[in-house]
Design a protein around this ligand. Structure first.
Ligand SMILES: [Zn+2]
Length: 205
């Protein structure tokens, strides 16, 4: 079986991709080229998925239970465990480790040293001052928790901007500031779950 070169008319083998006389690519050669291109794209897509940064998946319902049962202490655990993976994403924004530490220590302080106890431990402090200290620490916990939540949202949105338009990422990833303030890490984990489904993270169970 022979073919003819479309350019110079030379007789060609049917499996010939390129005319050996004038270099013109045969229709068979074009088809082969397209096949190889498409396989290359598939391989690249597969490789891109394999190279996705890993983030832990926690079922949405379980996140809600954890958050309520631990009285928000889940947030402390969440930031401590996600600090490294979040800061390894290569985004411009980073979570400051000291802020996570300050948040954790102050939050623990609220549980371990309620004003009724502070009163007895710290000599010379009266009841009123003990409650004032508690209120100050509580405000700092709320402030640092909100601060951490907003930085994390920024990191997630910057990561998502590698997969979609930046304006779209802002609308899709943790769009509600109110939810972010109210549920902090709980809301953020649900965003991570969503991003795993959107192939922006590989899930780590
Ligand atoms: Zn030819």
């Amino acid at each position: 079986m022979m073919n003819k070169c479309t350019s110079c008319g030379a007789p060609l083998e049917i499996s010939c991709e390129k005319c050996p006389y004038c270099g013109t690519v045969t229709p068979y050669g074009e088809e082969k080229f397209r096949e190889r291109e498409s396989k290359l794209r598939d391989d690249e897509r597969k490789k891109a998925l394999e190279n996705l940064p890993a983030m832990k998946f926690v079922a949405n319902s379980f996140v809600a239970v954890l958050y309520v049962v631990t009285m928000g202490l889940y947030s402390v655990y969440w930031y401590a465990m996600r600090l490294k993976p979040l800061n390894s994403l290569g985004t411009k924004s980073k979570l400051p480790a000291w802020l996570v530490a300050v948040f954790a220590v102050m939050y623990a302080g609220l549980f371990l040293l309620p004003p009724e106890i502070t009163e007895y431990i710290v000599s010379g402090i009266d009841e009123e001052s003990a409650y004032t200290v508690f209120d100050v620490v509580l405000s700092l916990v709320i402030l640092s928790s909100g601060w951490l939540a907003f930085i994390t949202r920024k990191i997630l949105q910057e990561h998502a901007a590698g997969f979609m338009e930046k304006s779209q990422a802002v609308n899709v990833i943790a769009p509600s500031a109110l939810m972010l303030i109210l549920f902090g890490a709980g809301y953020l984990q649900i965003q991570v779950n969503k991003m795993i489904k959107m192939n922006m993270f590989s899930p780590k169970i």
